[in-house]
Design a protein around this ligand. Structure first.
Ligand code: CTP
Ligand code: MG
Length: 232
């Protein structure tokens, strides 16, 4: 039997509304290169990753310029102009388009373009932890803060126990066949794991890193640069 391979799928078809920049946040310059390139290079140069796919919107006017200069990535990366209205739709469209290149048992690592802090070590940890897993899983961080649930006026309604609570990150790694089926069956999910959970499965949580946070708001840019320029 051929051992399962690992592919990266990077949804990058969002507009970055919360960032409020004049172009989508995945193309903002960060520590000398476009945000998207950070994670993309980490995957493309990783020995366990067979190939990487980036899903952008059909009318994306940035990706060709960003990748054009990266000749060392050319054989490692394929751009799919099949972005959808939601992250869920972008990922599912991407999975459908690459269906003729993957088998159902190949692993797919879905990773937000907006998480430039991914490292090769984190990919190693995820892949090695899930090697023999029946379902798959995701990087996540145990919650350390005390959690409050509020009412509409920002008044505390209750303190929520943080015991066994994790904040989900990406990559989220599942087998191609199961993941595609889960996303085709799911409605209103914000990550792949939720779709897998809706089928009754229990994805494995693998410890991620604070540097792998999602760049969302303008003040996140400086923090991301600090991580990328430093060695944390
Ligand atoms: N994404 C996508 N297709 C969409 C929406 C989001 O591929 N229709 C991608 C984004 O490009 C990003 C990842 O999903 O890499 C995580 O989404 P998020 O951080 O919410 O990015 P945006 O949707 O672009 O930002 P915002 O929600 O602030 O508009
Ligand atoms: Mg969004």
């Amino acid at each position: 039997m051929i051992p399962p391979r690992h592919f990266a799928l990077i949804p990058a078809a969002g507009v970055g509304a919360r960032m409020g920049a004049d172009h989508p946040k995945q193309y903002l310059p960060l520590a000398g290169k476009a945000m998207l390139l950070h994670a993309l290079e980490t995957f493309a140069l990783h020995p366990l990753v067979e190939h990487s796919f980036v899903v952008v919107s059909a009318e994306d006017g940035y990706i060709d310029d960003v990748l054009g200069a990266q000749t060392h990535l050319q054989d490692k990366v394929t751009v799919l102009r099949h972005g959808g209205q939601t992250r869920h739709a972008s990922v599912l469209n991407g999975l459908r388009v690459i269906g003729n290149q993957l088998t159902d048992s190949d692993w797919v690592l879905v990773h937000d373009a907006a998480r430039p802090g991914l490292t090769g070590e984190l990919i190693d940890r995820l892949v090695h932890t899930l090697e023999d897993d029946a379902i798959g899983g995701l990087l996540a961080l145990p919650i350390v803060d005390t959690l409050k649930r509020s009412d509409a006026q920002s008044r505390v309604q209750e303190t929520v126990s943080r015991e066994n609570l994790w904040a989900a990150q990406t990559p989220q790694m599942f087998r191609y066949g199961l993941l595609k089926h889960a996303l085709e069956s799911a409605t209103h999910v914000t990550d792949e794991a939720s779709a897998i959970e809706a089928l009754g499965h229990h994805p494995k949580l693998v410890e991620g890193s604070p540097r792998n946070f999602k760049v969302t708001l303008p003040h996140d840019v400086a923090l991301a640069e600090l991580h990328l320029k430093g060695n944390s």
